[in-house]
Design a protein around this ligand. Structure first.
Ligand code: PLP
Length: 385
């Protein structure tokens, strides 16, 4: 490997743009028209947006009419997480939001809820939402203030651990609440069905699948229960999200969704085998590597590990210098590596750093070999230090 050669193992942060997505983006960029115009050019763009809606709906196995396009998952979260809902024409008030401790900041920040109207749900040491804690919180919910809303992710972005969303839904239904599920890391990686999960809303993002950044969707269970719009204006997206659609981004998103749907099981098998080889290699190199979530259900591409005595930022820089892009799990937009709130929520010492390797469809055995060679050097340096 030459000095400049890089190995990209940070697919949970963002996936490289798929060639098919790039082609779709470029073709749409070169197509003149506004999807809301009634002339032929406008109608062609409208067809493109509606075709994208069909492909994105397949990510949740639902009808295209249930998809509201947004600028990404963060916007979709801010659209869904609001006290103001409508059931058809009838206003519906949500009194309190309950979010798991391990949610992405896009959810944990609570969207449009006041800070005091947001409570966190504990997770177990295994990194799984504590169902008893959730039931106790909802038992204590004051319905006089409005319905409860619960937000739980389907797969955690740091550990990859799959959350028991169906069991969460059962508890939420018993208490007459609403359930919002962040499926950003799960969609296109595991089969997702909004009805089978019994969720009211799912959140998805294009760039985690190999589509362009800046596109996402809020996918609703139906068309009757809807949040108050976050962005008002020209009434696009049936009034749920105004602003001229971005056909290029949506065409790329759709191409990525199609690619994922075409080979979900095959991709998972290949990626899972690479992840197993990577984890076995780490265990063979040192017996004190801790692999978080190794004993519970995870999405196939993610490995989150700690090496006692190695801080996240030191580890991340060491691998970067080795030509390997991985993540410390939680990186603020400032680029500073923060303590993993997920490890803290799981009860680990705040000083224990975590490092995340996340793979994708283009990852190869050579990538794993390069990672393991670098891993051995990092371990040896840590011992020498
Ligand atoms: N939710 C999860 C689990 C994520 O991993 C991310 C991206 O890091 C987001 C939400 C935010 O997605 P977007 O970049 O589309 O706003």
């Amino acid at each position: 490997m030459t000095k400049t050669e890089r190995t990209y193992l940070d697919w949970n942060a963002t996936a490289p743009l798929l060639p098919a997505a790039r082609e779709a983006v470029l073709a749409a960029l070169d197509t003149v028209g506004n999807p809301s115009s009634v002339h032929g050019e406008g109608r062609a763009l409208r067809m493109l947006v509606e075709a994208a809606r069909r492909d994105v709906a397949m990510l949740a196995n639902t009808a295209p009419a249930h998809v509201i396009f947004t600028s990404g998952a963060t916007e979709a979260a801010n659209l869904a997480l609001t006290p103001d809902y409508r059931m058809g024409r009838t206003p519906l008030s949500i009194g309190h939001l309950y979010v798991s401790e391990i949610e992405h900041p896009a959810i944990r920040e609570g969207g449009r809820f006041a800070r005091e109207a947001v409570t966190t749900i504990l997770v177990t040491r295994a990194g799984i939402v504590d169902l008893d804690a959730l039931a106790a919180l909802l038992d204590g919910h004051d319905k006089a203030k409005g319905l409860p809303m619960v937000a739980v992710m389907l797969a955690n972005n740091e550990t990859g651990i799959v959350q028991p969303v169906k069991a969460v839904a059962e508890i939420v239904r018993r208490h007459g609440g609403l359930l919002v599920v962040d499926a950003v890391q799960a969609a296109g990686r595991v089969p997702v069905d909004i009805a089978a999960l019994d969720a009211d809303f799912l959140i998805v993002s294009s760039h985690k699948l190999g589509g362009p950044k800046g596109a996402g969707a809020l996918i609703a269970r139906g068309e009757v229960l809807m949040p108050a719009p976050l962005i008002r204006g020209g009434g696009q997206e049936k009034g749920h999200r105004s602003g001229t659609e971005n056909p290029a981004a949506l065409a790329g998103f759709a191409a990525a969704a199609r690619a994922a749907a075409a080979d979900l099981a095959g991709r998972n098998g290949r990626i899972g085998a690479l992840r197993d080889a990577l984890e076995n290699g780490m265990r063979a190199a040192t017996n004190d590597v801790v692999i978080h979530g190794a004993d519970v259900e995870r999405i196939a591409n993610t490995s989150f590990f700690s090496l006692p005595g190695l801080k996240s930022e030191t580890g991340q820089i060491a691998f970067d210098l080795e030509g390997i892009a991985l993540s410390a799990g939680s990186a603020c937009s400032s680029g500073k590596v923060g303590q993993s709130h997920v490890l803290v929520a799981m009860g680990f010492d705040a000083a224990l750093g975590g490092l995340r390797v996340s793979l994708g469809p283009a990852s190869s055995e050579a990538d794993v070999e390069r990672f393991l060679a670098a891993f051995s050097r990092v371990v040896a340096r840590r011992r020498a230090a």
